[in-house]
Design a protein around this ligand. Sequence first.
Ligand code: NAD
Length: 496
Amino acid sequence: MSNPRTSSGLPNQLFIDGRFVDAADGDTLASINPHDNSVLVDVAMAGAVDVDRAVAAAHRAFPAWRNLPAAERGRILLKAADLIESQAEELARVESLDTGHPIRDSRLIDVPRTAMTFRYFAGMADKVQGDQIPVDAGFLNYTLREPLGVVGQVVPWNFPLMFTGWKLAPALAAGNCVVMKPAELTPLSSLLIAALLAEAGIPAGVVNVLPGLGTVAGQAIAEHPGIAKISFTGSTATGRRIVQASAGNLKKVQLELGGKGANIVFEDADLTAAVNGAAFASFHNQGQACIAGSRLVLHESIADAFLEKFIALARSIRLGNPLDPDTEMGPLTSALHRDRVLGYVEIALSQGGELLSGGRSPRGELAAGCYVEPTVVRAASWRDRIAQEEVFGPFVTVLTFRNDEEALEIANGTEYGLGGGLWTRDLQRAHRFARELHSGMVWVNCYKRVNPASPFGGNGMSGYGREMGFEVMREYTQVKSVWINVDAKIPPHYPR
Ligand code: NAD
């Protein structure tokens, strides 16, 4: 395999059929450092021809990969996890440069959790099995759980390294080949993972990683007749486009879209724990998380006490260069997105909202980057835009309620249904809300917990299908029912 790195140590080519190559038409796109908007590296940008090449390579690789003993696929994924750990510091550095994640998050969360995901699905590879089904006398009926073939995966820019692991590891464990498109803003860590997988022994063509524009390479993947399934994480608007594009060959589709998570704090909550949890829920990764607790729903009796502590904590968060180990919050991933997030402050004020903290970019040495201060805004109504639309930044909307019924009405009052949480000491209320919340995930006295063993995904406009756990293996396999005549006497077809 050719060296994937430029002199700056950053990858800059497409990964197709086990090799790093330029795009067929030579197109490139600059990957930008959101800390200061400087160019990190010009990266090859795939077009439809490159997608065709990758799909063809994946089809050539598929028969041997699916027929490899499952435990052997698992062994390769285990090796990949080891290699990710051995390259942890480099992966963390590149992820922080490309996305703006504080290096301490990249070191403590993104990289170790990516290794953990590969390890979990390495163990899953030889545990995916069919059933033997009791049917009519004389027949043996069993199911085979088979890989789908070539699957397409489209990754967003908010957690590119972790989501590359979430998508690749289960698809490969199940015996599929993959054509993946990272987001145009953040392609670097996915390319490094492709190189590590090749080093771990993944055969050429099994994994292909093609940076490129969503409307070009992404659209080509979604439309491609040679791709059996598409797994997408990103905005609801793009998810809808993918469903339309996938109709041609009736692809299986799995969508992990936006969210507007309600984080409900009841009057009996442990306030200190709830304040800390709410800060993590709303500001971790600069709030660029589909499961962010971006609606803070407070019982009116504790709202003032809670907000006093919460705002003090928000103001104490250290913004800075992502590569500084003391930095707690980095820049947003692009200037366009920073401006979009700041636009929501205007929207809030225009609808009678009250800015309680933040709401601007910091001055001084961070002014050249894509930074936004942790922002807390009180909405006039839970029907207002800042309480309904995904802002996807360090922007939390405060709402208050008087009783459980009102809390539930607010929490369920959006088109989304991804994650939601509550803080209470009341066991019955906790279980009741866990059942009643319209969301794919519920956290009680915690928020934003994820684990490769636990299903992840949403309902409504947050999408469908699940990542992780046993659930995702269903997404990446199909069932075949096999009938064997063991000793049944077959009656004549037509009565005589
Ligand atoms: P997006 O949905 O446009 O981009 C996500 C991915 O989809 C990228 O890889 C992009 O290249 C690709 N894509 C775009 N158009 C495509 C198409 N027609 N076919 C196939 N792939 C396509 O998201 P964005 O514009 O980068 O961000 C906008 C908003 O989306 C954010 O502000 C946020 O609200 C939401 N978002 C959510 C998540 C999430 O984790 N659920 C991630 C990123 C963005």
